[in-house]
Ligand binder design. Structure first.
Ligand code: ASC
Length: 151
């Protein structure tokens, strides 16, 4: 019984540590991983944007749920920015992700911080709070795209 508990605890511990230390067999796997993460983030973030901009009716429960999902996803994609995966095509990361890594990481952190505030705002249950937090969060997406993503 003790060893079963230990095995379960170890497995849970390893799974919990995964996002931060995701390891990839090949660089292409890391690229797929981060793109999948950003694709999902964009899907859920844009649902918040639609409400904040009045394109769909405000739904407090949906706003809170989508903000939570974005918050969870926001931790994931950055492990996929492994060395040697810069590009030149539209939408790919520029080489300065790696030459200015501290600035890139600070941008990621800023995004995660603004998304955390977005969760609090979405849970406040009023559209004005959502609107106020959405803009700064979207701004952190744009800032990194402007600096680090090929147009
Ligand atoms: C989105 C999305 C982004 C950001 C960005 C904000 O909904 O997919 O990449 O917002 O457009 O400027």
């Amino acid at each position: 019984m003790k060893s079963l508990i230990l095995a379960v605890a170890t497995t849970v511990g390893l799974l919990a540590a995964l996002p931060a230390t995701a390891q990839f067999q090949k660089p292409e796997d890391a690229v797929k991983y981060r793109k999948a993460g950003f694709t999902l983030m964009a899907a859920h973030f844009s649902r918040l944007g639609a409400m904040a901009q009045g394109r769909v009716p405000y739904d407090a429960a949906a706003a809170a749920a989508n903000a939570e999902i974005v918050n969870d996803l926001a931790k994931l994609p950055f492990a996929g920015f492994v060395e040697g995966t810069a590009g030149t095509e539209k939408g790919t990361p520029k080489a300065n992700v790696w030459t200015e890594r501290a600035k890139f990481d600070a941008g990621a952190k800023k995004m995660q911080d603004e998304v955390a505030k977005l969760v609090t705002a979405a849970k406040a249950g009023n559209l004005d709070a959502l609107k106020a937090a959405f803009g700064p969060a979207a701004g952190t997406c744009k800032a990194c795209h402007d600096d680090f993503r090929n147009p």
